[in-house]
Ligand binder design. Structure first.
Ligand code: G3P
Ligand code: CA
Length: 344
């Protein structure tokens, strides 16, 4: 079976706007992230402060893609929360980063599912695991989430459910009702694979967001993916801004993806941070080049507990990225990023 990787990202803008007015355009969504206390000009495309995107929720504190993790991210001041989406056997969108389940759930300890462990070919090679699209939603809902980073707290392991996309949207809608607009930065994972097994993601995503009334609630949305074909198919059916995720060597070659920002027709890029930060502490001209082409630059991922070579702390990384002019930053610890951005 041919298995392609798709990473989808939706970028949402706007954090402090009232819950009443829909963000009808990308410009309005981006402008809504600016507040009166913005301390100084930023080198972003809009000149407004960059958005802080809670990467898989506040995933430094909770198992990724869990409702308390998303809620914590909002409480910490994130502008957007990020659900990665995969599909169940019965065609339900659920919030998971991986197509397989063993890294972030207790599936391996569930004897009733022992015979679901199967080998699949992936772009990274053959992998034996439990795969989301071999499970119905009812079965997925019997699993519990786990923290996959060994150094992070496991106090929530075994207690939290796997969230559906509907449930993640409900978190943003509940926040909006309380007057705190938080966007959704939605990534479709592995869309070409899911299409190949009859589980195309485009219509289910569009219909799910429409059914929830995100636009009416004024919730900004970005759609992101590593797969250009998915973004093109999505953009043909939706006006939501789309972000082309980019990964550098060696994975771009492994995935058969060759990114060229001169040819991109998306609203922006979701760049791995090594496109912008060098290991010697200097920065590249990637942001200027992307901005010159009118592309937003969102960058992933800053982690308090894993600063990249050349940077002593996550704060140093964040300062360098903000100075470079990025328009958004995926982070595992939203409170750290909000504090750096806002000069607290
Ligand atoms: O989607 C971009 C950002 O979230 C980083 O990618 O692999 O963690 O989903 P990933
Ligand atoms: Ca993602």
């Amino acid at each position: 079976m041919r298995y392609r990787i798709t990473l989808v990202a939706i970028l949402l803008a706007g954090c402090a706007a009232p819950a009443t007015a829909p963000a009808a355009s990308l410009e309005e969504a981006s402008a809504s992230s600016a507040t009166a206390e913005t301390p100084a000009a930023f080198a972003t495309l809009s000149g407004e402060k960059p958005i802080i995107i809670a990467h898989r929720g506040a995933s430094g504190l909770y198992p990724e893609h869990t409702i308390p993790g998303y809620e914590a991210a909002i409480a910490q001041g994130a502008d957007f929360i990020e659900p990665d989406l995969v599909m169940t056997k019965d065609g339900v969108l659920i919030a998971r980063h991986d197509a397989y389940l063993s890294a972030t759930t207790d599936v391996a300890d569930r004897p009733e599912f022992a015979d679901r462990k199967v080998k699949r070919a992936t772009p990274m090679g053959e992998k034996e695991d439990w795969w989301a699209d071999d499970f119905t939603l009812a079965e997925i809902k019997t699993l519990k989430a786990r923290q996959q980073f060994p150094s992070r707290t496991k106090e929530h392991d075994g207690k939290l459910d796997i969230a559906t996309f509907d449930e993640v949207m409900d978190v943003a809608l509940a926040s909006a009702k309380e007057g705190r607009i938080v966007g959704l930065h939605v990534e479709a994972k592995w869309p070409a694979y899911y299409s190949s097994v009859g589980l195309d993601m485009v219509d289910p995503m569009i219909e799910a967001m429409k059914a929830k009334g995100l636009e009416e609630a004024g919730i900004p949305v970005f759609i992101q993916s590593f797969e250009p074909e998915f973004l093109a198919a999505f953009a043909a059916k939706s006006d939501l801004p789309v972000i082309q995720n980019m990964v550098g060597p060696p994975y771009n070659k492994m995935l058969g993806l060759d990114y060229n920002i001169d040819e991109m027709t998306t609203n922006g890029v979701g760049a791995e941070k090594s496109y912008i930060l060098n290991a010697d502490g200097t920065v590249t001209d990637f942001v200027q080049k992307a901005h010159a082409r009118g592309l937003l630059v969102h960058v992933y991922t800053v982690r308090d507990d894993a600063p990249m070579p050349g940077y002593a702390t996550a704060q140093d990384e964040l300062k360098a990225l903000i100075k470079a002019g990025v328009d958004g930053i995926w982070v595992d610890y939203p409170d750290t990023a909000v504090a750096v951005r806002d000069g607290d």
